[in-house]
Design a protein around this ligand. Sequence first.
Ligand SMILES: [Zn+2]
Length: 437
Amino acid sequence: MAKLATIREHMERYNPQEIEGKWRRFWEKRKVWKVNLGRAKKPYYNLMMFPYPSAEGLHVGNVYAFVGSDIHGRFQRMWGHDVFEPIGFDSFGIHSENFAIKKGTHPKEQTAKNIKHFTEQLKQLGALFDWDRAVITSEPEYYKWTQWLFLQLYKAGLAYKGKAPVDWCPSCKTVLADEQVIEGKCERCDSVVLQKDLEQWFLRITKYADRLLKNLETIDWSEKTKIAQRNWIGRTEGTSITFKIENSKEEIKAFTTRTDTLYGATFLVLAPEHPLIASVTSKGIQEYVEAAKRKTELERRAEEKEKTGVFTGFYAINPLNKEKIPVWVADYALMGYGTGALFGDAHDERDVEFARKYTIPLKATVITGDKKQDQKILSLEQCFTEYGILVDSGPFTGMTSREAMKKVTEWLTEKGLGESKVTYHLRDWLISRQRYW
Ligand SMILES: [Zn+2]
């Protein structure tokens, strides 16, 4: 009993400011977080994401992230590691600029003020941060290295300039990142965001797509993360097919993973951003393209969304059977997938939905061998999307889908009308968004 009373008494007198302050001063004086980076016997690098000082102080999410990571660092330290825990401020960028505008100050002054307060708060956490090595990304001592790295990438041909459609705020006069566009409007000023073709800087990460994919096998990430990573890289093997345009010298290259259905292609679809569309001056088409550009990729990909499109007025020639097929522009075709052009047939649900809406004829060319089901497929009652046996496909009739895919691609390659192609969902990294405040 006596013991309990003492503890209670003690707890009543517990004063966090006093006791934590005392130990913080002790740690700081001894620089307990200091590691000799050159001579560490068991080096352990415990990096966490630096906060954006784009507010007056830390938010609870910062603390949530740092405390857990710091516990991990302390644990490693107790195991005898020389733990280096860097800290700094990711202080460049539009968030710092936005906050300064809100406060009516210059980002440079505002950021310095924020950093001062952030530092006090971070120190109160009592984490093992090495304050002697703190970095501020908006300081020349730091960003000279960003610039140096950029130059190395440039010299190696891995940084380049190219034109790309970007989300542009006409009032802020800046490129916006996806998350800064809220329902088609600028997060900062509510202006309607435009899609604009601008000269941009890119890092050529697609050069490493296959390596990124292959080396996933050698790391101990969770399967879930690896799947997400594979989907992000999105390697697809298929065929690029050249469609000649009637009465024109222009050609369209369409990408497909299913050359076995090419015989039954009854229309061609171009993405609104397809370069060929820019040369079509019809008002209706240009209006459609403008409207499509205001939608996000996510909105356009949504399966449940009703497909829309317009006929371009021109026709393409199916290289396999020389049939004339209409060319449409529709926003379910994405420039970021394959070549931004695809052929439509009776064996793809989105194609069928689109064709039905605009009464474009369809022709089934892949069946199962099951009489009852095949009747439904051939009468277009059922959209059969799996592999099967080819019918009504000229010299390829009777082949299985797999055989036909190989043979059709070979045939196209021989005639110079197509080739095997690997596409990636991964794009080169557009890095132009950052600017000085
Ligand atoms: Zn704006």
